[in-house]
Design a protein around this ligand. Structure first.
Ligand SMILES: [Zn+2]
Ligand SMILES: [Zn+2]
Length: 299
């Protein structure tokens, strides 16, 4: 999922290679695999946060163009679904398909988020920038609230365009298009829901806070748990409805075990303590900036 805070130079030293599963450890740990989790936060004050000098917090015309493209693609899918439903007089199936799309979008966001949080690195083809971005997000989570709208959404909008546009060209089925439109739309905007989950309630639009409180969008408290030790849960960022289900049955831990024993690749959530994985506090300057923004927003 997209595409977050700009990679900070100090993250370079922290890129973790996951292909480190010596056979001896495999055998010795078969019954109880190694599970050192991401460390408790031990914030440092020496690193400079990326906020003030990070130009990528701003939207570019390229970002806006991709966002427009993604929105257009989703709206075309939705319009085709409605048109097909009107023509066939079959409405129930497309509506149910849309609801299923909304529910599965949350599941998809969780699986994708888990994948890029735990595997690969900045040099991974296709996903590298997002993997790197999410690593930066764990270290400086508050920066997502300062990203401009299109800056935050453009990568998912681009992916939506490439996936959904071909479907729009070949599909005329109201039910299938209803599912595609709703599912892709919620996935495309998941980064906005994610940003809202990091925003204090007083700074949220009332309707957004109400949707969070009603469980329609992922809540602030639920996502906050993702940024606390052991850093291996609450990956879903659309509605969050799947978080408790997946975490209680240890779905992701089971997936990690399968990947570890099949491929010998350890997830990042098993890594030894490393300050690059933990959140840094906002510096005095960034806090001052934050307070200035709050004062301005109240005026
Ligand atoms: Zn994460
Ligand atoms: Zn977050």
């Amino acid at each position: 999922m997209a595409i977050l805070p700009q990679r900070h130079p100090s993250l370079n030293h922290a890129r973790i290679l996951n292909h480190i599963a010596p056979p001896t450890r495999l055998h010795s740990s078969a019954a109880a695999p190694p599970k050192p989790r991401r460390p408790d936060s031990t914030p440092t004050t020496t690193s400079r946060p990326p906020v003030l000098n990070d130009p990528t917090l701003q939207s570019t015309w390229s970002h806006r163009a991709w966002l427009a493209s993604g929105c257009t693609t989703v709206l075309v899918s939705l319009a085709k679904s409605v048109a097909a439903a009107a023509e066939s007089h079959i409405w129930l199936e497309p509506i149910i398909a849309g609801l299923i799309g909304y529910v599965l979008a949350d599941l998809g966001s969780g699986v994708y988020h888990w994948g890029i949080d735990n595997y690969g690195g900045a040099d991974t083809p296709v996903f590298g920038s997002q993997i790197d971005g999410f690593q930066g997000h764990h270290k400086w989570p508050w920066t997502i609230t300062r990203r401009q709208f299109a800056n935050n959404l453009h990568a998912l909008a681009r992916a939506t365009t490439f996936v959904v546009a071909p479907i729009n060209l070949v599909c005329d089925d109201a039910t299938a298009l209803g599912f595609v439109a709703v599912c892709s739309g919620f996935i495309m905007f998941s980064q906005q829901f994610h940003a809202w989950a990091h925003t204090t309630k007083s700074r949220l639009p009332a309707v957004v806070a109400a949707l969070q409180d009603g469980g329609v969008l992922v809540s602030r408290s639920q996502h906050a748990a993702h940024h606390r030790p052991p850093y291996n849960n609450n990956y879903c960022i659309v509605s969050g409805v799947w978080n408790e289900i997946l975490d209680s049955c240890k779905f992701f831990e089971a997936m990690e075990m399968v990947i570890f024993f099949k491929l010998g690749v350890r997830p990042r959530s098993w890594t030894e303590p490393n300050s690059a994985w933990t959140e840094e506090p906002q510096t005095t300057s960034s806090l001052s900036e934050h307070r200035r923004e709050e004062i301005v927003s109240r005026q």
